[in-house]
Design a protein around this ligand. Structure first.
Ligand SMILES: C[S@@+](CC[C@H](N)C(=O)[O-])C[C@H]1O[C@@H](n2cnc3c(N)ncnc32)[C@H](O)[C@@H]1O
Ligand SMILES: Nc1nc2[nH]cc(C(=O)O)c2c(=O)[nH]1
Ligand code: SF4
Ligand SMILES: [Mg+2]
Length: 244
């Protein structure tokens, strides 16, 4: 039996703001950021939702309470909801998605693709973000394939790859070749991610923009005409600020 009100480990719920990354860039969105991650990327920009050191900031919230927050933030008007983290795939989100769909809301989920769930099929958008060499994580390609399979071609499934350097770029090409039917989004890495509690520290926007120019140059020289290169728009607008 599917539990209708399971508890979800939540780091923060915020919005509406605009989606700053990937296929839904620019779209008004409410974010649910879950707490806890099975990865530790060297450059993670949301350590406050990853590192157990910040566990005291996370709350176990029943679906009812999470849903109430979303409804309040959106003024009861259906909006896109982004499930991010941490790794949101660790949490039992199926019942929340059902609840929201009943009220006309839509759901996108961002995950590194290390954990597969049968409720992926109920999403509207599944953003798979395998981690390149600079992250110092290892990719389980079979797990990512299992995520694609779990979606059963119902949600829109895309690849979103962070690129810092040449070897990340080669990795992105490999990922695109392995999953040649999926749209590919490339985003330049932010080499000045926030240290939790120090989100006002400045971002090296010039460096990020130079990296993005380099990435555009790579893609166009390679005639990789299927790839889309996008910035983290929220970083351009608000730096490392949290809750935007
Ligand atoms: C914080 S993660 C949370 C969801 C999930 N754990 C994942 O990695 O896909 C959301 C997105 O931010 C990206 N990201 C994290 N740190 C970044 C950084 N320093 N620069 C650019 N993108 C980053 C991740 O690669 C992922 O696509
Ligand atoms: N505006 C905005 N867009 C985002 N896209 C992905 C985000 C994330 O941290 O998962 C994020 C975020 O934190 N803010
Ligand atoms: S998988 Fe995502 S949330 Fe987890 S450490 Fe990497 S970037 Fe951060
Ligand atoms: Mg982020």
């Amino acid at each position: 039996m599917i539990e209708t009100n399971p508890a979800i480990r939540v780091s923060e719920i915020f919005g509406p703001t605009i989606q700053g990354e990937g296929p839904l860039i620019g779209l008004p969105t409410v974010f649910i950021r879950t707490g806890g991650c099975d990865y530790r990327c060297s450059w993670c920009d949301t350590l406050h939702a990853v590192d157990n050191q910040f566990r005291h900031e996370w709350k176990m919230m029943p679906v009812d309470a999470v849903w109430q927050s979303v409804v309040e933030l959106s003024g009861t008007q259906p909006v896109m909801v982004s499930l991010s983290g941490g790794n949101p795939a660790i949490q039992p989100l199926g019942a929340l998605i059902d609840r929201g769909h009943g009220a006309g809301y839509r759901f996108a989920l961002e995950t590194q693709g290390s954990v597969v769930r049968d409720w992926f099929v109920d999403l509207d958008v599944l953003v798979l973000s395998p981690k390149p060499p600079s992250s110092e994580m290892r990719t389980d390609w079979a797990a990512i394939q299992a995520c694609v399979d779990a979606a059963q071609e119902k949600p829109q499934v895309v690849l979103k790859l962070v690129v810092f350097d040449e070897s990340d770029y080669a990795y992105a090409k490999e990922a695109a070749a392995r999953f040649s039917r999926l749209p590919v989004f490339l985003q330049p890495g932010n080499h000045t991610p926030p240290r939790p509690g120090n989100e006002d520290a400045s971002v090296d926007l010039d460096g990020i923009i130079k990296r993005m120019q380099w990435l555009v140059d790579k893609v166009t020289r390679d005639r990789w005409f299927e790839a889309r290169v996008l910035p983290q728009l929220h970083v351009l607008l608000w730096g490392n600020k949290r809750g935007v």
